[in-house]
Design a protein around this ligand. Sequence first.
Ligand code: TXA
Ligand code: MG
Length: 327
Amino acid sequence: MSRSPIISDIRLAAQALREGRLVAFPTETVYGLGADAINEYAVAGVFAAKERPEFDPLIVHLADTIFLKQIVTEIPPVAARLAERFWPGPLTLVLPKQEKIPDLVTAGAPTVAVRVPDHPVARELLFEAGIPVAAPSANRFGRLSPTTAAHVAEQLDGRIDWILDGGPCRVGVESTVVRPEGDTVELLRHGGVTVEALEECLGVPVRVATPVLDERTPAVSPGTLASHYAPLVPLQLLPMVARETLPTARLGWLAFRHAPEWARPGDAVEVLAPDGNLQAATAVFFAALRRLDAAGVSAIIAEPFPETGLGRALNDRLRRAAATKHA
Ligand code: TXA
Ligand code: MG
C-alpha cells in the first residue's frame, strides 16, 4: 500500500501544507515537494525527505505576483519587468529576502529564489494554503526530476505526506533561474524561459553564469552543481564517445529527431520529437530518460540538442548527468 497517497483533493493538500506537512504538487515545469516556507521544521523535512544537502537553497512559490513584496525587501526594475512578462511561468527570480524567510530556505544567503508557477492546480493550492511554499523538485537529491505523480511516488513514497496529482507537466524542465544585475540579469540555470525570450524582454544581453561541471569549483547557484539530474545508469554524451569504444552490452539511446545510426538491434531507443519541435522534446525529456534508466541497459548514450532556445536547458541537464560518477 502507498504510504504517501496520491490525491486530487486540493483543499486537503492546502490544509496539510498549513499544518507543516510535506506535499508534492504539480507545476508546469516539474513536480515540486512543498512545505510552508516560514516553518523551519517543515522545511527541514524537505531536506530530509530528498536527502538534499543543506547548502542547496529552495525556491519559494507564490500564488500571485502581488505577494512578492511580503517576502523580499527590494524589487529592482528589471525584476518587476520580468515578473510582469513571465509570471505566472517558468522563471525564478533571486531577490533580497525579508527576515521572516528562514536561513534554511536560502542556505544562509541574503537572497531568496521565488516564482509564481503557471499551473491551475499549483495556483489553487497556493491560494487555498495562503502561505509561501518552499519547493525543490520532488526527486531524491541529484536524481531525475519528476514530471508525473507516479514519478514522485517512485522516489519519495513513505517519505512525504501526500502527492497531489495534476497530470503530466506541460513544460517538462525546471524554471530558468536569474539574478538581477543592473539593467540585465545573470542567468544561473537554464530552464523553461529561454535566453532569447529574456533578451527580447529586456532589450539587452543576458549574462550566462559559467556552468560548474567540476565539483572542485564552488558554485554561484548551488543547484548548478555537476552531477545532478542523473539517471542511475551511466550516461555518455555524443560526440564524446567513439563508435569503437561503445560497450558491447545492450545500450539505451536518447535522440532528438531520428533513431541513431549506431543503435543496434535490441538496444532501447527514445526519439523525443521526430518533427524537431524542442518544446515537444522538453515535455517528454525526463520521462524518456527514466524509461531508459529502467530498461536494463548498461549505459545511456545521448545526442546533444541544438544549442538554442529550450535546447540549452536540455543540453545543460545532459552535461550534468554525464558528469555524474557511478560507483
Ligand atoms: O521549476 C522549478 O524551478 C522547480 C519547480 C518545483 O518549481 N523547482 C526546482 O527546484 O527546480 P530545485 O530546488 O530543484 O532547484 C532550485 C534552484 C537550484 O539551482 C538552487 O541552487 C537555485 O534554484 N537557488 C535557490 N535559491 C537560490 C539563491 N538564493 N541564490 C541562487 N540560487 C538559488
Ligand atoms: Mg532539482
